[in-house]
Design a protein. Structure first.
Length: 192
């Protein structure tokens, strides 16, 4: 069994779409940053990579790389999930907490839960989505996400040694990411 933890934050900016947990939420402000700014999926990606000690999101998808500008963050989650599978693990459950002043997450929580479960190919009942407001933190113009994951050894599969990031050749990472980008083509990469 392995445990993984991820944290992320993004600043709100007017006039861009707000995406949290792969769900587009109607709001006057979105989250600025590299890719689509999906704070929950970024924290989830780091939690998955952290659980197998395989580096972090920035190492796989550097903000300096123009390919990831505006991209659907589902690509990051799926790339991390592929690393988890190669290491011989499967996701048992995920828990998350969002900290943001607005919008209220409650009305969207069930949709976020289903979307995250779908991305991880697990049951929605194995995905916790909670939200709080940042009382006394002074972070009203930011969204923060904490995510924790539990991985279990996959039965009946050859157990490969967990490889550290430096041992994963960059062409492999690129090939996985490219194929995922192609599979997401109907969602118009860079637009969401
Ligand atoms: Zn991020």
């Amino acid at each position: 069994m392995r445990i993984g933890y991820g944290w992320d934050s993004h600043e709100f900016k007017s006039g861009i779409p707000l995406k949290i947990g792969g769900v587009t939420i109607a709001h006057p402000k979105g989250l600025a940053g590299h890719s689509d700014g999906d704070v929950l999926l970024h924290a989830l990606t780091d939690a998955l990579l952290g659980a197998i000690a395989a580096g972090d999101i920035g190492a796989y998808f550097p903000p300096s790389d123009a390919r990831w500008k505006g991209v659907d963050s589902a690509v990051f989650v799926q790339t991390a999930l592929e690393q988890v599978r190669r290491a011989g693990y499967a996701v048992a459950n995920v828990d998350s907490t969002l900290i943001l002043q607005e919008p209220r997450i409650g009305p969207h929580a069930a949709l976020i839960q289903r979307r995250v479960a779908e991305l991880l190919n697990i049951d929605a009942s194995a995905v916790g989505v909670k939200a709080k407001t940042p009382e006394g933190m002074g972070t009203d113009n930011a969204a923060i996400a904490h995510v924790i994951v539990l991985l279990t050894k996959q039965a009946g599969k050859p157990r490969r040694r967990t490889r550290v990031l430096e041992e994963v050749p960059q062409p492999v990472v690129d090939a996985v990411a490219e194929s995922l980008l192609e599979s997401l083509e109907p969602q118009k990469r860079g637009k969401e």
